[in-house]
Design a protein around this ligand. Structure first.
Ligand SMILES: [Zn+2]
Length: 111
């Protein structure tokens, strides 16, 4: 599964078909023909080019969706919120134990 999405287009100069990265195929942009080595505008007023541009847009959206999906699957599991009174250091642990022992003492006294 490649994350590089390619769209096929034909060169308006030599008519040779070639593929270009969808990320580079945008309205108002330019493409470079690897065959005749000419730069040409991605003209939205041209029907064939409009189809290429919309294919590129769809390809970019699919890529974005795939990336979002991957991110979701690779994300760390949500961390449970740490209660404010959860001991973090040995001193905290001892303080909590101390408080528990004190409470047991108090309960024993009360009993
Ligand atoms: Zn060409």
């Amino acid at each position: 599964m490649s994350l590089n999405t390619l769209v096929e287009m034909s060169c308006p100069h030599c008519q040779k078909r070639f593929v270009e990265n969808a990320r580079l195929v945008r309205p108002g942009g330019k493409a470079w023909c690897p065959e005749c080595e000419q730069l040409f505008a991605l003209d939205e007023t041209n029907e064939a080019m409009r189809q290429v541009l919309s294919a590129a847009k769809a390809a970019r959206r699919r890529r974005k969706d795939r990336l979002a999906d991957l991110k979701l699957r690779w994300a760390d599991p949500p961390q449970a919120a740490t209660p404010a009174d959860t001991p973090r250091t040995l001193t905290d642990v001892l303080a909590v134990l101390d408080a528990l022992l004190q409470r047991l003492d108090d309960e024993n006294k009360a009993a």
